[in-house]
Design a protein around this ligand. Structure first.
Ligand SMILES: Nc1ncnc2c1ncn2[C@@H]1O[C@H](COP(=O)(O)OP(=O)(O)OP(=O)(O)O)[C@@H](O)[C@H]1O
Length: 280
């Protein structure tokens, strides 16, 4: 189910809501077939940026170019055909079967109520098989576990045959087996992927490049080796960490220190405990 991968060019993108700036003058260029991890602490602006690429949050200024076209000047169907997404707030209460939800991904390529073609059926069956959903395909979507739902939404995005896939914490709800399986799978797809990730080690293992947001600003871009430094982790995530290498893959491996960084108690409760002694 491969298509020619797309490119993504974010040029000075700023996103605001009211007086609050969620994304501040961010520029990132993603090449065809690249897998880019979007990192940053809670509230850094990752989801807001992904929602701007997928035409949900209109940028206050700047441009989102997908395959060289200004996504915000294209019809919504154009975006649906070119950009696939698994975002945080996908509705979970579809009164539909797993297969129906996956098939919805084909709607971007069809007219309203147009029946599925043999080509559609082939793509749907392939995505169901790839995501290991065959035993679940007749189940009601709303009865699935969080991780199972996540895999269905990924399958739905894939049958869209997008050239660019944006994923907001795609490994959310997945156990470690399925996290690895999904990221390996994304890596093997011949499309461009931009994924917000919280697991730094999985990001380092699977992404070509990492972009780090902090308070809406892009503070680092580069290979995992150049980005995941003790200095950046301390500054952005407020942790002390040792950087090692994965013995098998050779990719960088972040080992956070259990102790809070100097001058930064991990939790207010710990400070209180230190002051008054342990509770009886
Ligand atoms: N509609 C909104 N109105 C007001 N503030 C918002 C709105 N949407 C997002 N924000 C705020 O913007 C900031 C960035 O949010 P965003 O969801 O983009 O961060 P994130 O990096 O994806 O965080 P997380 O890792 O916690 O998912 C946060 O402070 C959030 O509270």
């Amino acid at each position: 189910m491969s298509v020619r991968p797309g490119t993504l060019d974010l040029r000075s993108v700023t996103v605001r809501t009211g007086a609050k700036t969620l994304v501040d003058n961010v520029s990132i260029s993603v090449s065809e077939g690249e897998m880019v991890g979007l990192l940053g602490p809670n509230g850094a602006g990752k989801s807001s940026l992904l929602r701007t690429i997928y035409r949900i949050n209109r940028p206050a200024s700047g441009t989102v170019l997908v395959n060289g076209e200004d996504a915000w000047r294209q019809p919504t169907e154009w975006v649906a055909r070119n950009v696939g997404a698994v975002l945080q707030d996908m509705p979970a209460e579809f009164p539909l079967t797993v297969r129906d939800v996956v098939a919805m991904g084909r709607s971007a390529h069809k007219k309203l109520l147009e029946p599925d073609t043999p080509h559609d059926h082939t793509l749907i069956a392939a995505a169901i098989a790839l995501l290991g959903l065959a035993p679940l395909q007749d189940r009601a979507f709303r009865t699935l576990s969080g991780g199972e739902r996540q895999r269905v939404l990924v399958a739905r995005a894939l049958v869209q045959q997008p050239r660019l896939l944006v994923l907001d914490e795609p490994t959310n709800h997945l156990d470690i087996h399925h996290q690895l399986q999904l990221l390996r799978f994304m890596r093997g797809l011949e499309i461009t992927v931009v994924a917000a990730l919280h697991d730094l080690n999985l990001a380092a293992m699977f992404c070509d490049r990492l972009c780090v947001l902090d308070h809406g600003r892009l503070v680092a871009v580069g290979t995992p080796e150049t980005v995941l430094t003790p200095e950046l982790l301390r500054r952005v995530y407020r942790i002390d960490a040792t950087i090692a290498r994965h013995p098998e893959t050779g990719t960088v491996w972040v080992m956070p220190s259990a102790a809070p960084p100097i001058g930064q108690p991990a939790r207010a409760a710990e400070t209180a405990e230190q002051a008054s002694g342990p509770p009886l």
